[in-house]
Design a protein. Sequence first.
Length: 376
Amino acid sequence: MLAALAVALFWAIEGIDVNAPQIERVAILVSTLALAWAALRETPYAAGLAAYLAVLVAISERLRRVPLLDGSDVLRATVEAIGVVGGGGNPYTHVMQSTSPVGSPFVYPPGELAWYAVPLALFGDVTRVDSWAGVAIVAAIALAGIRLGFENVALPAMLYAAWGTAGYRAIDGQNDVSASALVVFAAVALVFATGESRSSRVMLVVSAALFGWAMAFKQFSVLVFPPVLRWVAVSGGPWRRYAAVALGVAAAFVLPFLVADPGAFLGSQWAALTFHGEIWGTNLLATLRQYTDPAPFLPLFFAAELFGTLALVALVRWWRPPSLGAAVLAGAGIVMVPLLLAKWTTQPYFAYAGAIVACGIALGALTGRWSVRRGT
């Protein structure tokens, strides 16, 4: 817990404007000192307050940032696609006008549209959705402390809360923070699904439904699901029910568009891997380009990206995750493989993985077998 407070302290010192100190950041700075004293005195409520402080850090880190008007075209394209669906059209056959360049494919599954459609209908704007999704990620990790102990969740919650990259990528027009939020919500809900009560059975369905929505939001989430499902199975949980609900929800989002035009929908999903033609970003090929021409290696890297990722997913079948956190971390690790081997990798993709890493660290305390065998 002291480590979490140190992160908050360092963040506050770095983030306070010395010419006009922000009142909430000064309050957070003072609070870290007070809570550190309480922790040293072994005050029982200190860990819970440290987790709560992480939520306050997340709010200040994100809402102090002004959304970029000329940032990514992802949210602009999403708003356009929602309008197309609202008008009875198909965003996967529509010629997008808001993308850069015009006419770029809409590569996100329909769960992404559902996520942003509600705030767009309520507020007429989606520019702050990912900012609040980032706050909700921290709050969800902190909430897991009710079951796992706040001393186990305070540090990972604070690390993500204070992470400047996650804060910045929540205001630049990308959707990766929201995409990772659904995975985090699903994993945290699973923490509360391992008991014997009726509420635990409800939380199992909630967790699976959220995971299904996550898989129908962004393709990365499909890679996180297998190790989590494997943990449910090896811990004695109802893994068949979990898989059926998750895959059923994902199918409910996808099937209307797949049936409407299979070629257009599948082509747009494949374009997520192939649309960007240049070598760029945080990956091995872009690093190699500084020393030699990486073009001859492109087929090798693409094969390694595709088949290497599939092989890792297949190997999960023979793994026995020691905890839910280990399974979540394994999912994040699998996501990192195609990111590093791809020829085009933008930083927000790593922000997606980072939220899942923070969640996995927090959930490492959930070990042992399912509390009750309800049948599989």
